[in-house]
Write a protein that binds this ligand. Structure first.
Ligand code: PLP
Length: 383
């Protein structure tokens, strides 16, 4: 248990709430969740399911209509036909991540993961006893990686490579050409599996769309795709995610479901069907709002003294370089919260390669972003 890490965002949220309870005016740009409510049609579908008596256990891998809806969604947005029986619905994207890392990690193995990256990758890798091998993300490349670097780090102990695009915490998107180079290179390593965390697949900007690892048929037998409802449909608290597994791993993932959680909340699964098959207007509306905030925060960060920020291309995070301010990432996180009431997350919470950066979540109103950036400017000028 001592090897298990955590997610600082939850600690910062707790501190911000405590300061708010003491009367401080807090602006939260820390937590990674949409500030919109779940769209009404989705809520109504859950209410209806409860009224219809959907109160019991379901199949461990998810109700068939839901898995079919996920397969249709994959066909629609990723243009690939998949077998609904290879989809396993779980309580949040994190569970697919935990299962995949659990399956491949053990003492003496290596798992590669993006750094800075979602903190649970490194935490879970260490938990299994495997050695975490960071894939450094490079600011100059829009926080992408270089395929050659990834391929050069593969050893005979490497079992799994974790990818995440669009990415938390950087907002970076890995160019399709780089993914293609990686997929080609992986032909030389047929025993290495890939976990592609595509939880932000619907959250891209400038009409760029999402490029999925599913585009490489040669990887299909050793590729796990992670996605879910949390971010796209503002459903973080519903705990709904899915994994697409290679046929060989499906029975193992199902057995993990039975052992850990039996099944996902039944009514939430009906809401999940409505989310995928119902009106997508609310998603477009959210993305339009995020886009306006993205442009605003990018501009404001680049005029802040000692700070520079590349334009985020996906998700709802900006990851400015703060090394010109003279503060460490952790100092910036702590002082900005305690002195100005603005919650952000130190880049180092996402791995050692996050030093010199902080994560601003722009899942907040334009007005609050403006206020937070005014306070940030004031804070920097006072240093
Ligand atoms: N993967 C990434 C990259 C994330 O940022 C998150 C949530 O912040 C998750 C997975 C987990 O999503 P869920 O809340 O559905 O478990």
């Amino acid at each position: 248990m001592s090897r298990l890490g955590t997610e600082t965002a939850f600690d910062v949220l707790a501190r911000a709430n405590a300061l708010a309870a003491d009367g401080m005016d807090i602006i939260n740009l820390g937590i990674g969740q949409p500030d919109f409510p779940t769209p009404d049609n989705i809520v109504e579908a859950a209410v209806q399911a409860l009224r219809d008596g959907q109160h019991g256990y379901t199949a461990a891998n998810g109700i068939p209509e839901l898995r079919e809806a996920v397969a249709e969604d994959i066909a629609k947005y990723r243009n690939v036909t998949v077998n609904p029986d290879h989809i396993i619905v779980v309580p949040g994207g994190k569970v697919t991540m935990a299962f995949a890392i659990e399956m491949f990690g053990e003492d003496g193995t290596e798992i590669m993961y993006p750094n800075p990256g979602f903190p649970i990758y490194e935490s879970m890798i260490r938990y299994t006893g495997a050695t975490p091998v960071p894939i450094p993300l490079i600011e100059e490349n829009g926080f992408s990686f270089e395929a050659e670097t990834v391929l050069s780090k593969i050893t005979d102990k490497t079992k799994l490579i974790i990818l995440n695009t669009p990415a938390n915490p950087t907002g970076g998107v890995v160019p399709s050409a780089e993914l293609e180079k990686l997929a080609k290179g992986l032909r030389n390593f047929p025993d290495v599996y890939v976990l592609s965390d595509e939880i932000y697949s619907r959250m891209t900007y400038d009409g760029e769309g999402h490029f999925s690892m599913l585009n490489f048929p040669e990887l299909r037998e050793r590729l796990i795709i992670l996605d879910g409802w949390s971010k796209t449909y503002a459903m973080t608290g519903w705990r709904m995610g899915w994994g697409l597994w290679p046929e060989e791993l499906v029975p193992h993932a199902q057995r993990l479901c039975v052992n850990f959680h039996s099944c996902v909340n039944a009514a939430a699964q009906f809401a999940g069907i409505e989310a995928l098959k119902g009106d997508q207007g609310p998603v477009d509306m959210m993305m339009e709002a995020f886009d306006a905030r993205r442009k605003l925060i990018h501009e404001r960060l680049n005029t802040a003294p000692g700070v520079s920020c590349v334009m985020p291309k996906g998700a709802f995070y900006a990851f400015p370089n703060i090394s010109g301010t003279g503060l460490t990432a952790k100092e910036m996180q702590d002082r900005l919260l305690s002195e100005k009431g603005v919650a952000v997350i130190a880049g180092t919470s996402f791995g050692a390669h996050g030093e010199g950066y902080v994560r601003f979540s722009y899942a907040n109103s334009i007005e609050n972003i403006e206020r937070a950036m005014d306070r940030f400017d004031e804070f920097l000028k006072g240093l």
